[in-house]
Write a protein that binds this ligand. Structure first.
Ligand SMILES: Cc1ncc(COP(=O)(O)O)c(C=O)c1O
Length: 367
């Protein structure tokens, strides 16, 4: 018996829906990981990634693995035991950066920001003054757990003034809101393909500046994780294309098609679509008296965090009905926000007025 899934409308925190064109690319017959055609595709794909990241970084590539592989890869390459690292945490994913750095026996300082609000540059300035020189400063750009986007340029500038590299998590921002790696001074960033980029999960687009490359390749000890070692990976993605691992070619086809669609739509038009669909959702929710969770002025248009409506005693049951009766997925809260908020993703191909109209109608009926 077939165990294939029921089609869903994905309005959760990811994955989001993909277009038929991307699915068609995913279904193409695989080719070899050393096939010259694959490197032509990878060349275009990497160039498109540079465009959406807003960077000239040569070493920009799709790492095999999801967003967490991207996070882990950046930290295992840049951080050695005893290194001073400063991490801003204002949500669930910042905590994961801290956990990984602790496992690497780094000397970790944490800025505990309020969940639902941005990280303030003043907090970084104060900690950096106390710490003196630091190897790495890191934070999440778009916190998927709370729906806020922290402005990064001022934090990057402070990091550089203290001799540190600046790392940003762009898993939820890339392709949905503007990202400007070079203008903001971000040295390293990772993302995922399954949110605003419009491809299935399984790849993590990475961008690594020359400065970060230098730090990673002149470290004292070997990178403890062989699979995620940038030097070994680069020898595959760049000439001479030495075998490292069997890259998931079908995911690469799908990502390249998703990026081509993105370039055809145009980045500005794409960001405007995300803003428009979010505003439309807000109109519908407002009429139902639902309150927003995230800090005004910094709300992500692609991840709408709202308080669970008053009077709802079993929020899980509401989400279950949305899924089972209407085929609609939305997300619950993570960590301390479990049971308190809902997270409605309007990301990539999922960001349409049609999806939002259906969700608002379904919620109205259930509530
Ligand atoms: C901000 C952020 N960072 C990291 C991750 C981890 O990505 P993945 O689940 O693709 O491994 C996610 C996933 O939701 C995320 O939202």
């Amino acid at each position: 018996m077939s165990a294939l899934p029921t089609p869903r409308i994905l309005l959760g925190p990811g994955p989001s829906s993909v277009t038929p064109r991307v699915l068609e690319a995913l279904g193409r017959a695989p080719i070899g990981y050393l096939d010259p055609e694959l490197f032509t595709i990878l060349g275009d794909l990497r160039s498109n990634l540079r465009t959406v990241y807003g960077t000239k970084n040569d070493f920009t590539f799709p790492l095999t693995g999801t967003g967490m592989a991207g996070m882990e890869s950046c930290l295992v390459n840049l951080v050695e035991a005893g290194d001073k690292v400063l991490i801003g945490v204002n949500g669930f994913f910042g905590l994961r950066m801290v956990e990984i750095c602790r496992r690497l026996n780094a000397d970790v300082t944490v800025i505990n920001g309020e969940w639902g609000r941005i990280l303030e540059p003043e907090a970084f300035a104060a900690e950096l003054d106390k710490l003196g020189s630091v190897k790495l400063v890191a934070c999440v750009h778009a916190e998927t757990s709370t729906g806020v986007a922290t402005p990064l340029a001022a934090i990057a500038e402070l990091a550089h003034a203290h001799g540190a590299l600046f790392l940003a998590d762009m898993v939820t921002s890339l392709g949905g809101i503007p990202v400007e790696i070079d203008n903001w001074g971000v040295d390293v960033a990772y993302s995922g393909t399954q949110k605003c980029v419009g491809a299935p999960p399984g790849l993590s687009p990475l961008t690594i500046s020359e400065r970060a490359w230098e730090v990673a390749t002149t470290r004292k000890t070997a990178v403890p994780n062989w699979y995620l070692d940038w030097k070994l990976l680069r020898a595959y993605y760049d000439a001479p294309h030495a075998y490292h691992h069997t890259v998931p070619v079908n995911l690469l086809f799908a990502l390249q098609e998703a990026l081509t669609e993105m370039m055809e739509e145009g980045l500005e038009a794409r960001y405007a679509r995300h803003r428009d669909v979010s505003a439309y959702l807000m109109e519908g929710l407002d009429k139902m008296g639902i309150r927003l969770f995230s800090q005004e002025g910094y709300r992500l248009p692609n991840l709408n965090a709202i308080h669970v409506p008053e009077g709802v005693t079993d929020e899980v049951a509401v989400r279950k009905r949305l899924l089972e009766e209407f085929g609609l997925e939305i997300g619950g809260g993570l960590g301390d926000l479990k049971g308190k908020i809902w997270r409605i993703g309007t990301m990539g191909a999922s960001a349409t007025r049609r999806n939002v109209a259906l969700l608002v109608a379904a919620l109205n009926e259930i509530l």
